[in-house]
Design a protein around this ligand. Structure first.
Ligand code: CA2
Length: 148
C-alpha cells in the first residue's frame, strides 16, 4: 500500500454544509471526507483527512506529511491569505502539493485573491465546490505516481 494522501482543511471548514451553502455547497465535511476517501481507495491510496482551526496544528500535519505522505491536498481556508508559516512548511515538502478552494477566490473580495499557499503548490483548483477535492485526489495520485 502506498503512503496516504494527506487532505488538510483549515479554519471553519468544519462548518461546511451548515451555513453559506450558496458559497461553499451543501455537503458536510464528513460527507466530503467519505467520498474522497472512497475515490482514493479505488485508486489504491489511503487518505489522512484532517481539519483544524489552529494554524500550528496545520503546520504540524504538513511536517508529518513530509515523512509519511504520498501527497498533500490543502484547503488552508482563511490561513491561505495570511500564513507564511504554512507556506514555509509546504515549501519543505517534496511530495506533490495541490491547493483547493471550494469557492472561486478570484471572484470574491480582494483580500481573498492572494494565497500564500499557491507559491508552494504544484496545482491550484478553485471554484468547483466539493468536486475540486475529487479532482485534487486524481491530480495528487497522478503526480505522486509520476514521481515514484
Ligand atoms: O473557498 C474556500 O474553500 C475558502 O478556502 C474557504 C474559506 C475562505 O476564508 C477562503 O477565502 C476560501 C472559509 C472557510 C469557511 O467555511 C465555512 C463553511 C460553511 C460556513 C461557514 C464557513
Amino acid at each position: 500500500m502506498p503512503k496516504p494522501i494527506y487532505i488538510l482543511n483549515g479554519p471553519n471548514l468544519n462548518l461546511l454544509g451548515e451555513r453559506e451553502p450558496h458559497i461553499y455547497g451543501a455537503e458536510t465535511l464528513q460527507d466530503l471526507e467519505k467520498r474522497v476517501a472512497a475515490r482514493a481507495k479505488a485508486a489504491g491510496y489511503a487518505t489522512a483527512f484532517r481539519q483544524s482551526n489552529r494554524e500550528g496544528e496545520l503546520v504540524d500535519w504538513i511536517q508529518e506529511a513530509r515523512e509519511k505522505g504520498a501527497a498533500v491536498i490543502i484547503n488552508a481556508a482563511a490561513y491561505s491569505h495570511t500564513s507564511i508559516a504554512i507556506l514555509d512548511a509546504l515549501k519543505a515538502v517534496d511530495v506533490p502539493v495541490i491547493e483547493v478552494h471550494l469557492s472561486n477566490i478570484h471572484r470574491r473580495e480582494a483580500f481573498r485573491h492572494h494565497s500564500y499557499v499557491s507559491a508552494a503548490a504544484d496545482g491550484v483548483i478553485v471554484g468547483l465546490g466539493p468536486l475540486g477535492y475529487d479532482l485534487a485526489v486524481d491530480a495528487a495520485i497522478s503526480l505522486a505516481k509520476s514521481r515514484e
